[in-house]
Ligand binder design. Structure first.
Ligand code: SAH
Length: 289
């Protein structure tokens, strides 16, 4: 069978792998916008015999696989894992063992709250070749979407990616609140909508100012993207009506988004008016100013 050039490009560089050995690619699909997928991820998809994917991967990205590639949904929903993690690991190893090229496609980046580490360990320990293709993690897409830099001179010298997920449900996540409450430090919380109120309380109790800016971004990079600029004190109201995947960007640097919001809004309004033929184009206005 002749393989497309892209598939050959993805073949292992060393000659140590038998011709028909399968392989697992742990691929980050990015935050949702297909244009935020890496070229390498697209090539891996085009080469896949089988794509094993979860819930946060949009159809437009799955469609980059060959029409005859098998698609296996092993999706995870909060508190409702349709296939336990051990079974997913075993599935990847078994498929590769049949000689298949397997793409394990995950939202964002496989190594950021994606359990990619467990899958990499399972594959390599079973003697299955496995390579990781990084993806744009939701926190980065959210920061870009609202203009909230994660590091910023004078405002944030460090960034932490933290989980807001609490087990058992309803409790505070088990985190080092004192270190997360340090000023000039951005904390991006994933899986944190249902625990946002508790997170704000814990950070304030540990010394973070109640007025610390928080950018909340839901469905970052997707058509249904929504964002809110809040503070720790107002966070519970800001997340009250969210129902999609969202991240919380907490820290002084998130305030840049708020500072820039009026300028962004007026530029957007001017561009829309120009498009509709209702106002001067931006360039003309600038020249006339
Ligand atoms: N591996 C993924 C994270 C998986 S955990 C990554 O690197 O992005 C799932 C959490 O990711 C969600 O609860 C939410 O907090 C976040 N998330 C995923 N996609 C998102 C999106 N498009 N916009 C905002 N948050 C998102």
């Amino acid at each position: 069978m002749s393989r497309p050039r892209s598939a050959r490009h993805l073949a292992p560089l060393s000659g140590g792998t038998p011709a028909h050995a399968g392989k697992v690619w742990l691929v980050g699909a990015g935050p949702g916008d297909p244009e935020l997928l890496t070229l390498k991820a697209a090539r891996a998809l085009a080469a896949a015999d089988v794509v094993v994917h979860d819930r946060l991967v949009p159809e437009a990205i799955l469609d980059l696989a060959r029409p005859d590639a098998r698609r296996l949904y092993v999706g995870k929903r909060k508190s409702n894992h349709s296939l336990p993690q051990d079974d997913i690991c075993a599935l990847l190893v078994a498929l590769a063992g049949e000689g298949q090229t397997v793409v394990r496609l995950k939202g964002g980046d496989p190594f950021v709250f994606g359990r990619g580490g467990e899958e990499l360990i399972a594959c390599l320990e079973a003697g299955v070749a496995c390579e990781v293709v990084p993806g744009i993690t939701a926190g980065l897409a959210a920061a870009a979407a609202v203009g909230a830099p994660l590091t910023h001179r004078g405002l944030a010298q460090a960034v932490t990616l933290a989980t807001g997920h609490a087990a058992p449900e309803g409790r505070a996540p088990d985190l080092d609140w004192v270190s997360l409450a340090r000023p000039n430090h951005t904390v991006v919380f994933y899986m944190a909508v249902s625990t946002a109120g508790t997170i704000a309380e814990r950070l304030i109790a540990a010394g973070r100012a109640p007025g610390t800016p928080v950018a909340v971004v839901e469905n970052a990079s997707l058509p249904g993207q929504r964002s809110r600029l809040a503070t720790l004190a107002t966070l519970p109201e800001a997340v009250a009506d969210l129902d999609g995947p969202a991240v919380l960007i907490v820290g002084e640097a998130a305030g840049v988004a708020e500072r820039l919001a009026p300028a962004r809004d007026s530029l957007r309004a001017a561009a829309l008016a120009a498009l509709a033929g209702e106002g001067p184009a931006l360039g003309a206005r600038r020249r006339g100013a």
